[in-house]
Write a new protein. Sequence first.
Length: 247
Amino acid sequence: MEIRVFDTKQELGRAAAERAKAAIGEAVARSGEARVIAATGASQFEFLDALTSLRGIDWGRVEMFHLDEYVGVPDTHPASFRRYLRERIVERVKPRVFHFLAGDAPDPAEECRRVGALLARAPIDVAFVGIGENGHLAFNDPGVADFDDPLDVKVVTLDDACRRQQVGEGHFPDLDAVPAQAMTVTIPALLRAAVVLAIVPEGRKAQAVHDALTDPVSTACPASVLRTRDGVVLHLDLDSSAELVWS
């Protein structure tokens, strides 16, 4: 794992965008296309703004995948991650194709199988991820994450702590409004990406960053698994790195 620390989240976003551009360009040069998994959330704002503003990315050769979505939420809902990605990526740069997870699909498990089959069809070149306040990667939360998961995409049940976090982040007005389940790309599928860019600004992530880098590698802090492989670049700002002690 490579760790990079920046003074501000704006500098972090620009640097991560440049690294993403390089990874996409290398994949296109190598195989004629780039396959990318994209995350959502407030932590990705500056990064996606910078990425979609960069010149020189051949978006017509980019195939993109949706990292996670709430079950039962239509793409018109303010909390929909499909809506987020459509507004922040698709409408701005128009990649060749974007494979969304339809949260309101009549059969969520079948929807996961559909997208999982597309994901497994060829190698993933780069994955953009955040780290949650409890150390989660996508909706692979403590108690749900499986480092040896046989599936690429699955339906998970959200515990109350995870659901309360969604209320705290302003995604839903109260706990009763938060869906009980979500769809998520699994950790093994994420880690198959040739490059994993972990984009983690803000002080509210400081404890999770500390635990991911210093605690034992375990599903108690799912993000700790990022330490187990090459090709991971962790982007931090001064606030998110505040709990780390540098020797």
